[in-house]
Design a protein around this ligand. Structure first.
Ligand code: FE2
Length: 378
């Protein structure tokens, strides 16, 4: 019998097609080298890598059926876990969460997690500053950074499961507190990216593409990433719902408008969003709630892109500033609930720490967004 010594965290993500694959990761003690998952009645083996006194295990499942709930167990651990694959069409609504700046204040993290689980999302997208493993001030030791990742993954594993035991997978776009070009090894230890590159598109059949971007934390904004983005957006112009998700805001609500990374996003990426008809982009990093007016070519324009943010899942909210592009702003924790109701209609709702709605948008892919009157929240 396979002996499973101790499980610390079980977490799910996708590196491939969400309708047919699932990546299962878990953390165990250093003596547990078993990489076995029993999916329904089938045994699937994977790999592991040692990270100090823990092992990070990975089992990549493929050839799954779309829109199907699966049960699995890890090693000899009797606990059953569940996950659900994404549907191949939108014959019934699909819900997911977008939020960033997640695991800085434990109390806020856990409180917002309850709001997230209550929405019964299929998955969540994290727009960077996930575990707060790296700090800009005094450099954290490798060991402290490792502990942050483990604590985050344990917290996610405990909180982000539905009352029926279904685990909520997360997709990620990294932030400045997650990874640096010099210190990327720790980050990649916890995941199974096919290469050390963070920008990518995750395609849900032919109805949804998430464009996950790297605002200069591993790869520069300009150059190869922008070339890739131009091509990726062009290839997906017929997909009804396309959402770029990234960390540093083009249109910040707290940080200066002229910070270098914001200027780069506006220079290199925003024109591509506009050219290819993206209606919404999700931004983070500011620790506030914000919604911009639609913007095109640096001006308010009803045919432009609305930037939603601004990264305040589990951090102390910061003040916001009155800027020409902000339709709504508030010093409030928030996440976004996206509901794709059909290929013609979606709603995007901002939820605060109590689950109350801060704003709700109706999105029809073919129509321009109305330019709404400004409401200022302090
Ligand atoms: Fe950040």
């Amino acid at each position: 019998m396979v002996q499973c010594l101790l499980l610390f965290a079980v977490y799910l993500t996708w590196y491939g097609d969400p309708t047919q694959t699932m990546a299962i990761h878990w953390l165990s003690g250093e003596d547990d080298h078993q990489d076995l998952v029993t999916l329904e009645k089938k045994e699937v083996t994977g790999t592991h890598r040692s990270v100090e006194e823990k092992n990070v295990h990975t089992v990549l499942l493929s050839d799954l059926k779309p829109d199907t709930e699966y049960t699995f167990r890890i090693g000899s651990d009797p606990q059953e876990h569940r996950f659900r694959t994404a549907p191949s069409d939108l014959t019934h609504p699909l819900r997911f969460i977008v939020g960033g700046d997640v695991f800085q204040v434990q109390k806020l993290f856990h409180q917002m997690n309850k709001v997230v689980v209550a929405q019964d999302p299929l998955f969540a997208v994290i727009g960077g500053d996930i575990a707060y493993a790296l700090f800009n001030g005094p450099i954290r030791s490798h060991r402290k950074s490792l502990r942050r990742w483990i604590s985050f993954l344990e917290g996610w594993s405990e909180d982000l499961r539905t009352s029926e035991g279904r685990l909520i997978p997360f997709l990620l776009a990294a932030g400045n507190h997650d990874i640096t070009p010099e210190g990327s090894d720790l980050f990649f230890n916890f995941f199974a990216f096919p290469e050390k590159r963070l920008y990518r598109a995750i395609d849900f059949s032919s109805y949804l593409s998430l464009i996950l971007l790297d605002t200069g934390h591993l790869d520069p904004i300009a150059g190869a990433q922008t070339d890739w983005l131009r091509q990726a957006l062009k290839e997906r112009e017929q997909i009804p719902f396309r959402f770029p998700v990234y960390h540093v805001s083009a249109y910040p609500s707290y940080y200066p408008f002229d910070s270098a990374l914001s200027e780069e996003v506006r220079k290199f990426w925003c024109p591509l969003f506009e050219e290819t008809g993206c209606r919404i982009a999700f931004e983070h990093h500011n620790h506030t709630y914000k919604k911009t007016f639609p913007i095109r070519a640096g001006k308010l324009d009803p045919t432009g892109v609305v930037y939603l943010g601004d990264g305040c899942w589990g951090v102390e909210p910061r003040p916001t500033y009155d800027r020409w592009y902000l339709e709504k702003r508030a010093r409030k924790n928030n996440v976004y609930l996206v509901e794709l109701k059909s290929i013609d209609e979606a709603t995007i709702q901002a939820l605060d720490l109590q689950g109350h709605s801060l704003d709700e948008m109706h999105l029809t892919p073919q129509e321009s967004l109305p330019l709404q009157s400004q409401t200022v929240h302090q």
